[in-house]
Design a protein around this ligand. Structure first.
Ligand code: TRP
Length: 338
């Protein structure tokens, strides 16, 4: 007996990186054993910021699903769903948009941040403002009760719960109050020590070649006071050590070093940063091997077949939900025999 239903997803913005893997994908992979999982390719959400770069989306969908498969998401057990191919997401979003105020959406921290980061000023679109309303529709159109996400998404899950409550109060119990499920690995540092992020140019792609992985790891920021190998270092300020810890939490390193031995060697000035980073790179290269091999094996046609099959199954659930929603809202007159 599965515990409940999961919906979560990514915006298809290209190749996945170690931050996606350690921060979300490995967690999702493990959850497949216990939950009925819907993994969403949120291509409509890409439009909220990249409506002028739509040609890239198709290729990015393929890249994203490839990395999902390589990370162990299993299309036989879980549904991989293409958001734009299920019009019920947009329909439910429209109905939900009546239940939330503009003022409430303007208070959303991710909206405020995006508006500032992208220097949008008065040019922020209605689509960007209603981003979390579409996300609420993504979750509730499948009546999912569990949403594994990173901390940055918590405000969106809170809004989803508010919308579900509002709908249930107005029209009768229909939706579960979905719970966020935080990944154990909250923050994966990039090469510059900031959070690993596609747009910060600090990420290590999962499909990187061995040389690329090594070169990226060697470029990681370490303790500036440890200039020579024999200087004692402070692992707590070292981004390479922070990444190692995030990796080790999911894939314990036991080869010829451990997190504890690295910490000791670093503090004691027994090893230099370059030697250390080379050891870490070896471990990552080994762990990332399946990403390159699986990726190379899966042609685009297979990706589209996988998406078609998952989306087909998902759409049945979405249709069923919309039937229920129309009934609860006394909107059955919309079912004209056309
Ligand atoms: N907003 C999420 C992100 O940027 C992506 C997303 C879209 C999502 N719809 C969702 C996540 C529904 C969880 C549930 O990562």
């Amino acid at each position: 007996m599965k515990k409940g239903r999961i919906l979560t997803g990514h915006r298809p913005t290209g190749r996945r990186h170690m931050g996606h893997w350690l921060g979300t994908l490995e967690n999702w992979r493990r959850l497949q054993d216990d939950y009925d999982c819907f993994f969403l390719i949120a291509d409509l959400h890409v439009l909220t910021t990249s409506f002028d770069k739509t040609q890239a989306i198709k290729e990015n969908i393929v890249e994203t699903v490839r990395d999902w498969l390589a990370a162990g998401l299993d299309p036989l057990r879980s549904k991989m769903v293409l958001q734009s191919a299920v019009p019920e997401h947009a329909e439910l979003q429209l109905l939900f948009s009546m239940l939330v105020t503009v003022e409430r959406l303007e208070r959303n921290p991710t909206y405020k941040e995006q508006k500032k980061e992208l220097h949008l000023g008065k040019n922020a679109s209605l689509g960007l403002l209603s981003y979390p309303v579409l996300q609420a529709a993504d979750i509730l159109v499948y009546r999912a009760d569990t949403v594994p996400v990173g901390e940055d998404q918590l405000p969106h899950i809170e809004l989803t719960r508010e919308i579900a409550r509002r709908f249930n109060n107005l029209y009768g119990g229909t939706f579960p109050e979905a719970q966020a499920l935080l990944s154990p690995t909250a923050r994966v540092p990039g090469t510059d020590g900031r959070m690993m992020h596609t747009s910060y140019n600090n990420s290590i792609p999962l499909s990187a070649s061995e040389d690329e992985v090594r070169q990226k790891v060697l470029s990681m920021v370490t303790d500036p006071l440890k200039a020579r190998a024999k200087d004692p270092g402070r692992p707590e300020v070292c981004s390479a050590f922070a990444l190692l810890k995030a990796f080790d939490a999911l894939f314990p390193v036991t080869d010829n070093f451990t997190v504890e031995s690295v910490e000791e060697d670093c503090r004691g000035g027994c090893i230099g940063c370059v030697a250390d980073k080379n050891r870490f790179a070896d471990a990552y290269i080994k762990a990332l091997l399946p990403f390159r091999t699986i990726r190379e094996k899966v042609p685009p046609e297979v990706i589209w077949e996988i998406l078609a099959s998952g989306t087909h199954k998902a759409r049945e659930v979405a249709r069923e939900t919309m039937g229920l929603v129309r009934e609860r809202m006394s909107f059955t007159h919309a079912q004209l025999p056309i």
